[in-house]
Design a protein. Structure first.
Length: 122
């Protein structure tokens, strides 16, 4: 008798990043003449990608950034803060754009590997 193999319809991949560069243009609206400056920083965190096997679409489903808790050395490692577009859309979209830009090729390669493993297991 033939046995059916159930293949999941979605994949989820979680990845940790370190020192992700954030650069953005800042234009204050106060004053008579707006000054344009560039600001930058580096962040650590994690992101999660969901991939739909049937539509072959992927998207970053969750973003977390690491927070410094004010301690020194190894003790300074704080907890991860989940970014929410409803709370601060600007920060969420900034991190999302940079993660997508920097990791797009890595994400697609990782998805291909996961699909290959599913096919091999089936």
């Amino acid at each position: 008798m033939a046995q059916a193999t159930i293949i999941p319809s979605k994949l989820s991949i979680r990845h940790q990043f370190e020192e992700l560069p954030l650069f953005w243009q800042f234009e204050p609206t106060t004053g008579t003449k707006p000054a344009v400056t560039w600001r930058g920083g580096m962040i650590d965190g994690e992101f999660e990608v969901e991939y739909d096997i049937f539509s072959k679409d992927w998207h970053v489903s969750d973003l977390w950034i690491s927070a410094d808790n004010g301690q020194i050395g190894a003790a300074a490692k704080g907890s991860l803060i989940n970014l929410n577009a409803d709370v601060d859309e600007r920060l969420y979209l900034l991190v999302l754009d940079i993660v997508t830009f920097k990791y797009e090729q890595w994400i697609e390669e990782r998805i291909s590997e996961e699909i290959s493993q599913l096919r091999y297991a089936a």
